[in-house]
Write a protein that binds this ligand. Structure first.
Ligand code: NAD
Ligand code: DAU
Length: 358
């Protein structure tokens, strides 16, 4: 028996793979297409670990996924693979529909065929955990209560609309075929291995490079931040104890305006690696044009997950952001390779045989 992780070379996926294998002997099959967001450097420490089976492939390849499910006797699928960046979805939405909607549909078809052929006891124990987002709920007014699982869907960007569509497909496969699915809606993650196109890692690497720190609009948009390891522990909890057909919100009650986040990152850098000229990093902040259709506020009500399954985050925002900034300071080579694109050359030279794992 084994679990199948899709998108396990991305930010959250690779943190999940490392976290899972730090506490389980069970084999983990990692199916990733290695788009620009997939970085096998993240999983370098697992290079000779037989519990990690990396497969270079596409969730849209139903035949390949079907073979993997059968060959490894998969007991659970954790579906992370997606196009995940809102700004990219605005400039090029097609890839989001292809991967997040069509890709999830293809994956579900492969999983359905495999699951329907299992013995009744294995069918009952099987799980498909769909990793969704709080963005499907849309934007909140300043004083509105946080999103519960009952909040209506109102996705505003091509990214969130594509994730909402995939959520509906997952729900329908439970309702129609009885596939034992679980869906999680997590707020903004941050932590190590975060690709520097997203707010927090972009601000850290730009600050250190002496570049402008681009804050969209007035910087008063609110996001609800969760350290990535806490998301991983929530996913393990939902996988182990969640009720099939249920959805679970995941968040750490850490609402903050973007400008405050950027200022906190700057203050930590001032403390940990001050600029040579003595000026504060915050002097690099630059207000730029707003994101089209920018959601003003997200906030997650995570009481169901804590009341029903006993999950709680381990990090406060203060402890998590300090660890995150320190991680980037400690890993200049990871940053340099991501920025130069060299991580992709490294993948080719070190994992030339990886595709043959399929
Ligand atoms: P990411 O962009 O860092 O990683 C996505 C991974 O999926 C990459 O490794 C990429 O190569 C892979 N991938 C893309 N298309 C694929 C395909 N067709 N087949 C196989 N692999 C493919 O994303 P992330 O930030 O780690 O997010 C992971 C999941 O969590 C996504 O589903 C996202 O919607 C969800 N999520 C993210 C956040 C967040 O704050 N980052 C919050 C809540 C939910
Ligand atoms: O809420 C969960 C979502 O969080 C996930 O589903 C997405 O996959 C993930 O990318 C993230 O989406 P956001 O759009 O909230 O994240 P991002 O880091 O792109 O932006 C965070 C906020 O910071 C947002 O309000 C836009 C703003 N921003 C972002 C960038 C990249 C800036 O002001 N300047 C920037 O340069």
């Amino acid at each position: 028996m084994a679990i199948l992780v899709t998108g396990g070379a991305g930010f959250i996926g690779s943190n999940f793979v490392l976290d899972w294998l730090a506490q389980s002997e069970e084999t983990l099959v990692n199916l990733d297409k290695l788009t620009y967001a997939g970085n096998l450097r993240n999983l370098e420490s697992l290079q000779n670990d037989p519990r990690h089976v990396f497969v270079h492939g596409d969730i849209g390849d139903t035949a390949q996924v079907g073979q993997l499910l059968a060959r490894h006797q998969i007991r659970a699928v954790l579906h992370f693979a997606a196009e995940s960046h809102v700004d990219r979805s605005i400039s090029g939405p097609r890839a989001f529909i292809q991967t997040n909607v069509v890709g999830t549909f293809s994956l579900l078809e492969a999983v359905r065929a495999y699951w329907q052929a299992l013995a009744p006891a294995q069918q009952a124990a099987f799980r498909f955990l769909h990793v969704s987002t709080d963005e499907v709920y849309g934007s909140l007014e300043p004083e509105a209560p946080a999103f519960t699982e009952a909040h209506r869907y109102a996705p505003n960007s091509p990214y969130s609309a594509s994730k909402a569509a995939s959520d509906h497909l997952v729900r329908a496969y439970h309702h129609t075929y009885g596939l034992p699915v679980l869906t999680t809606h997590c707020s903004n993650n941050y932590g190590p291995l975060h690709f520097p196109e997203k707010l927090i890692p972009l601000m850290i690497v730009n600050a250190l490079a002496g570049k402008a720190l681009p804050v969209y609009g007035d910087g008063q948009q609110v996001r609800d931040w969760l350290f990535v390891n806490d998301h991983c522990s929530a996913l393990r909890t939902v996988l182990a104890a969640g009720q099939p057909g249920q959805t679970y919100n995941v968040g750490g009650w850490n609402e903050k305006p973007n400008l405050e986040i950027v200022q906190r990152v700057c203050a930590l850098l001032d403390e940990l690696q001050p600029r040579a000229d003595g000026l504060p990093y915050a002097s690099q902040i630059s207000f730029v044009a707003d994101r089209p259709g920018h959601d003003r506020r997200y906030a997650i009500d995570a009481r169901k997950l804590s009341a029903d399954l006993g999950w709680k985050p381990a990090e406060t925002f203060e402890s998590g952001i300090r660890k995150t900034v320190q991680w980037y300071l400690d890993h200049p080579q990871w940053v340099q390779e991501v920025q130069s694109g060299a991580y992709r050359d490294w993948v080719q030279s070190h994992y030339a045989q990886a595709g043959s794992a399929a």
